[in-house]
Design a protein around this ligand. Structure first.
Ligand SMILES: [Zn+2]
Ligand SMILES: [Zn+2]
Length: 387
């Protein structure tokens, strides 16, 4: 596939003539405006003080002033009167040129971010198995204002999602073209495959002595302290008591209560609580129950995998799954255990805020606004998740 011109090339040229500082200010205004879906005309007004006229516009202004001057002379005005009038006309002309340049920068920058973002989202959806390989079809705005270069590309397949270096719009300043992604192969999977294997409690239940439980708990305690960043408040006692479906629990005196056949995963879960909710009180627990339980269970699952003990199904699984999906969509390089660890290190009541921050950190020139929207929807589901 031939590369005509890369967007980045002309982009650099477009805001040329600006100091590095103004260029940053312009980019910031545009990015913020995009995130807040502001009216491009308002953004153009905002960036106007930061930009001047480009070379061509300045030259055009000089020419305009000269022509106007000549016309006034032809009409019999004195040279001084003609100069005064043509100066005023050139100034009004400059105002219009200035507004036009500001709008060009805003429109083109937005088109640039939009198209690059859309391209990245599609790539991500394909990588996650939600979409198959696509053909990239060039589409124009479809009016008679389309330039001849874009008209030539109209409806043409310019590449596939597997090619690198395919030209995407904008092709030139004020280009309003976009790419349509047409699937030509089936998606790898309708849903991402479950990331971890979860077993039923009954299938791994073994009755153990208090001594055996204590040994495992004492062995896990330092590991859990490391991943939660807090010292465990566990008082060292384990009470064996059959509580049926509840399997395990933690008393406010920080003893751990376990069914005699509780799995290791349950011991880990209660120990993680001893490094989290045990720093607070009952009111804090009631007000943030699912924030606590989901962040504790997410890390507990990861620690069970780390220690090679079976991950056991619990009522919290669908909620934890949402966090896993959120993390996968975020596309961060951190592993799940690192992500779960950072999450639980946040104070209780602020863990979902930390997830919000992950979204805003993600919104940068290369991100599509759709991805931001999807992340926000996922987080809203996490926040409202209850049993
Ligand atoms: Zn175009
Ligand atoms: Zn719990």
């Amino acid at each position: 596939m031939e590369t005509i011109i890369t967007s980045a090339d002309f982009n650099r040229e477009l805001i040329s003539g600006l100091s590095e500082e103004s260029r940053h200010a312009v980019m910031n205004i545009i990015l913020r405006g995009q995130a807040l879906a502001e009216d491009p005309r308002r953004l153009a007004q905002e960036i106007r003080p930061l930009i001047g006229l480009n070379q061509r516009q300045a030259q055009a202004n000089v020419t305009y002033r000269e022509r106007v001057y000549q016309r006034f002379i032809e009409r019999g005005l004195s040279p001084s009167k003609a100069a005064e009038k043509s100066d005023a006309a050139a100034l009004r002309y400059a105002g219009k040129q200035h507004r036009y340049r500001a709008e060009t920068i805003v429109n083109t920058e937005m088109a640039f971010a939009y198209n690059r973002g859309a391209h990245m989202s599609v790539g991500q959806a394909i990588a996650n198995g939600y979409m198959g390989k696509c053909e990239m079809v060039w589409t124009t705005a479809g009016t008679n204002r389309v330039c001849s270069r874009c008209m030539e590309l109209r409806g043409r397949v310019v590449g596939t999602t597997e090619d690198s270096g395919v030209t995407i719009p904008p092709l030139h300043p004020r280009c309003r073209c976009t790419i349509i992604y047409q699937e030509i192969a089936p998606a790898k999977a309708l849903r991402p495959k479950p990331q971890i294997t979860i077993v039923n409690y009954e299938d791994v239940a073994v009755i153990r002595s208090q001594k055996e439980f204590l040994m495992f708990a004492n062995q896990m305690k330092p590991v859990i302290e490391q991943y939660t960043g807090r010292q465990s408040k566990w008082n060292g006692r384990i009470i064996l008591k059959d509580r049926g479906d509840a399997i395990s629990g933690k008393c406010w005196d920080c003893s751990i209560v376990l069914n005699p056949n509780a799995p290791d995963h349950a011991v880990i879960h209660e120990l993680v609580h001893s490094c989290s909710i045990s720093y607070y009180n009952v009111m804090m627990f009631l007000n943030n129950k699912f924030e606590e339980e989901l962040s504790v269970e997410y890390l507990s699952q990861e620690l069970a995998i780390l220690k090679n003990v079976p991950v056991v199904k619990s009522d919290y699984n669908p909620g934890v799954e949402l966090i896993r999906e959120f993390k996968a969509m975020l596309g961060v390089e951190k592993t799940d255990i690192e992500f779960a660890s950072e999450l639980i290190k946040q104070p209780l009541g602020e863990r979902w805020d930390w997830l919000w921050e992950q979204i805003s950190d993600k919104i940068n020139p290369g991100t599509s606004l759709e991805l931001g929207q999807q992340l926000m929807e996922k987080l809203e589901k996490i926040r409202q998740w209850v049993i």
